[in-house]
Write a protein that binds this ligand. Sequence first.
Ligand code: S3P
Length: 170
Amino acid sequence: MTEKNIVLVGFMGSGKSVVARSLADRTGAELVAIDALIEARTGKSIGAIFKEHGEGHFRDLETEVIREVSLRRGLIIDCGGGTVLRKENLQNLKANGIVFYLEASPEVIYERIKNEKHRPLLKVPDPLGCIKEMYQQRLPLYKQADYTIDANDASIEGPVGEILQKTRTA
Ligand code: S3P
């Protein structure tokens, strides 16, 4: 199969997972979630990997899995929010894929994820402040995606339609 992968990047809570699921349902393509693959391979939750081995080790695992998955084609790839932190990851993902950045504001992200407990990087006293800071640091990296998609709206229909349309014309 020569079809390009559809790759989703963006901050935690930007809607990558639900958009990826919908894209897979609509296209019939296989969905690969990088975090889920890391959890399946290690037999540990992302939270436990951070806690027991630290963020650096998690990033190594993430880079390894992305390198491997990027060699395949015709996939919908749902990436963790920190994927863009290593240049190599985006390079690998772009080799066989079109990368979409799902953009949502820090305030929208905070509202979506404030009651969730499984994200290790947000277990801090001031999660909104932390989101804003990380957002500023990462924005230039996310912008290196092939396309930026507005994901502020609660409905995923807009982003899904736009990604499918851009994929067809790419
Ligand atoms: C991370 C985002 C998480 C997960 C890990 C680190 C990040 O994925 O990979 O907790 O650095 O932004 P989601 O974006 O799917 O929450």
